[in-house]
Design a protein around this ligand. Structure first.
Ligand code: GLV
Ligand code: MN
Ligand code: MN
Ligand code: MN
Length: 406
């Protein structure tokens, strides 16, 4: 968006944004790290959900939780069809930042406020949505709520996913009063949606180098998660001779180095960001190292090579694909329309996954990115300037107005 392309927000809308932001800020925040631990179906998540329901009630919007636990707040008749939907997620990665997700939900309510303040008369329904377990931080599968809704994951598969304590998604839903038997592809709901637009903090520095506070997404790189199980034999660290050991740790270490080298050679990204070691004792040789590899690449063929070559270097490991998301090219007419409304905003790809990317397989979807001065994300240091966030809200409001009135 070139400066001044989107109308400036009325002060009361900007104030409303600030109030909502302050309201959410303490929820699920870890004092020791300053990061957020808002994992699906936990106490922090329940507080986020209560916050969302409150925002809906304050605005007199029709509130509901769908079959998959996603929250919706409707302006207009939810059954009228051709709805315009905006929103994001309120869950976080372990010790995540304040913006990834919440900016898109707070921004959605603020954009709705801006439309009302401008006296816009929507010709179709508008909904704000909060998708469940977007980060996959608890059950391992990112975009769980939108995947269930679109049928990108089967409900039986999702229901059997376990968290670190062995609790299944089914049990977690039951414990929070949500009927897991209802989960699954929601064709009826999808058929009522004409377009989805997600506002999100940029997770990179494309915009930081430009005068533009807001950009438009072109595509999401193909990406996925693979679990590498390296098996060995537990034994005493102080008495077992090196030649007698079956220690899986060196093979794991070699795989980490190979992933890095392969990613560099292929122009892709590979991350071992999580491991589980059994029995996890300083003075015990490991019997098992499970390590999760997150890989992303500009093209599917490169992604396949990256994983294959890393798997080959991981001697003796069993490699299990836990999730895979194909390249997402956002709907071209919608993307062009959004860019036009924003007066020639930069158009950029991303390596991050989003609910908009999952929905793009079923309905026209678009994304707006808000400039992130350092590019840092999935960290307590994630940041966006308030003025840029408000520019994002103004841009979202302009896009929604265009979609709702023509
Ligand atoms: C989600 O944020 C992801 O891309 O991992
Ligand atoms: Mn994220
Ligand atoms: Mn996100
Ligand atoms: Mn994400």
């Amino acid at each position: 968006m070139s400066e001044g392309a989107a109308p400036v927000l009325p002060e009361e809308v900007a104030d409303g944004f600030r109030r909502m932001w302050r309201g959410l800020l303490p929820v699920g925040r870890c004092d020791a790290t300053g990061g957020y631990r808002r994992h699906a179906w936990t106490a922090a998540d329940a507080q986020c959900r209560a916050w969302f329901a409150e925002q809906a009630a304050e605005r007199g919007l029709a509130y509901e939780t769908d079959r998959n636990g996603n929250q919706w707040a409707w302006l207009g008749d939810p059954t009228a069809g051709d709805a315009v939907v905006t929103g994001s997620h309120l869950d976080s990665v372990p010790d995540g930042g304040a913006y990834d997700g919440p900016l898109g939900v707070v921004g959605a309510f603020a954009a709705l406020d801006a439309l009302r303040a401008r006296g816009v008369r929507p010709e179709r329904p508008l909904a704000v949505v909060n998708f469940t377990e977007e980060e996959g931080a608890r059950f391992g599968l990112a975009c769980l709520g939108s995947r269930l809704m679109t049928g990108a994951v089967r409900p039986e598969t999702a229901g059997a996913l376990r968290d670190a304590d062995g609790v299944t998604l089914t049990t977690a839903m039951e414990r929070t009063g949500h009927d897991p038997a209802l989960a699954g592809r929601d064709d009826e709901r999808l058929a009522r949606i004409g377009a989805f637009v997600e506002l999100h903090v940029e997770q990179g520095r494309h915009l930081a180098a430009t005068p533009h506070p807001v950009g438009v997404a072109s595509a999401i790189w193909p990406h996925g998660r693979w679990r590498f199980d390296f098996r060995g034999e537990a034994n005493h660290a102080g008495t077992t001779r090196l030649e007698d050991r079956r220690d899986p740790m060196p093979a794991y270490a070699a795989a980490v180095l190979a992933a890095r080298a392969n990613a560099e050679r292929l122009g892709a990204l590979a991350t071992f960001g999580r491991i589980r070691v059994e029995p996890n004792g300083t003075n015990a040789i490991a019997s098992l190292v499970s390590a999760w590899l997150d890989c992303r690449a500009p093209e599917a063929a490169l992604l396949d090579r990256l994983v294959e070559e890393t798997a080959r270097a991981a001697e003796g490991a069993e490699v299990i694909r836990e999730s895979y998301t194909a390249t997402v090219n956002f709907d071209l007419p919608l993307r062009d329309r959004v860019a036009r409304v924003l007066g020639g905003a930069p158009v950029l790809p991303t390596g991050a996954g989003h609910d908009a990317g999952i929905l793009a397989g079923a309905i026209p979807a678009a994304m707006l990115f808000v400039r992130n001065p350092t590019g840092v994300s999935h960290s307590p240091y994630e940041h966006a300037e308030e003025a840029d966030c408000l520019a994002g809200v103004a841009a979202l409001a302009a896009v929604l107005e265009d979609l709702l009135t023509s």
